[in-house]
Design a protein around this ligand. Structure first.
Ligand SMILES: [Zn+2]
Length: 152
């Protein structure tokens, strides 16, 4: 009886893996490297779900009016009016431009977080949380290296 229960669990485990694996493969396939000049660090974040060290981004103190674009494909992602200082060490925004991102649930590090990807090229940008201080209640925690700021 114990053996068959274990066997059953093994089957469940393997079939879950079999379902998850192709989804991951599909997601990876939809990512397109467009900018050939991306640095190794940028590629690591955008295509391998890496994270830059906090308080390292030049964009943390960027307060000019303008728009933030995807460093890989140039897609317009955030308006400067949505930027705020979250104190986390990563550029933070209360909302993205409509249709800028696609989201997926990230279960890594034993947490359930909402990860977002550029809708145009599929590159990973960061995670979005529901503890934002502005009206939207959202906090987009974005790796600065994935963004290019274009002042107005
Ligand atoms: Zn992009």
């Amino acid at each position: 009886m114990k053996f068959s229960k274990r066997k059953f669990l093994q089957i469940i485990c393997f079939s879950t893996l079999a379902i998850i694996f192709p989804i991951k493969t599909i997601l990876a396939a939809t990512k397109k490297l467009i900018n050939p000049n991306l640095s190794k660090q940028q590629k690591n974040i955008m295509f391998k779900e890496g994270t830059e060290r906090p308080f390292t981004s030049d964009l943390l103190n960027e307060k000019r009016k303008g728009f933030y674009h995807c460093a890989n494909c140039g897609n317009k992602l955030f308006a400067s009016t949505a930027k705020f200082d979250s104190g986390t060490g990563w550029p933070s925004f209360s909302e993205s431009l409509p249709g800028a991102f696609k989201t997926k649930i990230d279960y890594s590090f034993g947490m359930e977080r909402v990860e977002y990807h550029c809708a145009k090229c599929g590159a990973h940008h960061g995670h979005v949380f529901n503890d934002g201080p502005k009206e939207s209640g959202k906090r987009f925690c974005n790796n600065g290296l994935c963004l290019i700021f274009k002042p107005e």
